[in-house]
Every structure is written in C-alpha cells, then in structure tokens.
Design a protein around this ligand. Structure first.
Ligand code: ADP
Ligand code: MG
Length: 167
C-alpha cells in the first residue's frame, strides 16, 4: 500500500460518450500495476463499471465484466496479476467491509478497483488514484486525482498523452 501524498494533483477530462470512457480506460490500463488501489466515485450510472470493463479488456480479459453490486467483489487474474473489482453500494454499515474480511484482498500482487468506497469509510485502504465521474449534458466529466506518488506517475503520463487534457 502506498501512503497518500498531501499534494494531490488532478486532471479533468470530458468524456462525450461510452466510447470515450472506454478509450480513457485503454490509456489508463497500462499505467496501473499490482499494489495500486483505485477509488471510483460517481452516482449510479456514471460510468464506474464501464471504466473497469475497459481496463480489464485492455489488459486482455475476454469474458464478461459484471457489476459486483451483489457479489461485493469480482475476481480476475490476468498475466499473474489479480484484479479485484469491488462495489460497496449495498453496505448498510462500513463495518461490513471488516466482517466480510475484504481487507485481505488489498495485497501487493493485486490491483483493487473500488466502487462506492465511502460506504466502507475508515476501513477500505486509501487510494493511489481517485477517479470521479460527473454527469454533464453531453456525457460525463472525469476528474483524475493522484493521491500517492504512484498515482502521480500515472497522472503525469496521462497529462502528456491525452488530447485536450486540462489542469
Ligand atoms: P456505474 O458503475 O457508475 O453505476 P455503469 O458503468 O454501470 O455505471 O453504467 C454507465 C452507463 O452510462 C452505461 O449505460 C454506459 O453505456 C453509459 N456511459 C458510460 N460512459 C459514458 C459517457 N462518457 N457518456 C455517456 N454515457 C456513458
Ligand atoms: Mg457500477
């Protein structure tokens, strides 16, 4: 786990449609590595699962990518790296994270992608990256927040390579 960096920096993007969200996922996928934690923030239908799907596909996963809303976690193993996709939307109490033993998934050989992390507040490990989605008239806006040095490295690469990237 990487400790949070207080000098957070961000990148803002406009994603006009689902294809743009998927395109962002393809750019982000090669920048993530085992040990990283990504929090996905945004209302229902904002595009969190869509982004995870594109990340996994970009890494070579060919099967379905289902929302873990009911299962809490969906597990993928791609090239010996574990990808854990969590969704805590249905938690009534943050302590359910502890009761379910989910802390054991946050390991150095795993990338953890977390929808609704605030529902597991104070228990879910802190992120390297927060990806925030907002609804706008034309699609979505995405805010990429680097919360650790590892997250900052990703942000630096994205900033240099994404057309129209705004600070
Ligand atoms: P969440 O996991 O945040 O609840 P989903 O990814 O399951 O949301 O659903 C997002 C919905 O919005 C899907 O129907 C998808 O096609 C659509 N979508 C994804 N990205 C965009 C975008 N940039 N603009 C418009 N629609 C989008
Ligand atoms: Mg979802």
């Amino acid at each position: 786990m990487h400790s949070p960096d207080h000098n957070q920096s961000t990148l803002g993007l406009h994603l006009a449609d689902e294809a743009a969200t998927a395109c962002f996922g393809r750019h982000l996928a090669p920048l993530l590595h085992a040990g990283m934690v990504v929090w996905l923030d945004g209302d229902l239908g904002a595009g969190k699962t869509t982004l995870v799907r594109s990340l996994l596909r970009a890494c070579g996963h060919v099967g379905p990518v289902k929302s873990p809303t009911y299962t809490l976690v969906e597990i993928y193993v791609i090239s010996r790296i574990y990808w854990y996709h969590f969704d805590f939307y249905r938690f009534n109490f943050p302590e359910e994270f502890v009761d379910a033993g989910l802390g054991e998934y946050f390991r150095d050989d795993a990338v953890c992608l977390v929808e609704w992390p605030e529902k597991a507040a104070d228990h879910v490990p802190s992120p390297d990256i927060i990806v925030r989605f907002h609804f706008v008239e034309n699609g979505r806006t995405l805010e990429f927040v680097a919360c650790s040095q590892e997250g900052q490295k990703c942000l630096n690469v994205l900033k240099s390579g994404w057309p129209g990237a705004a600070d």
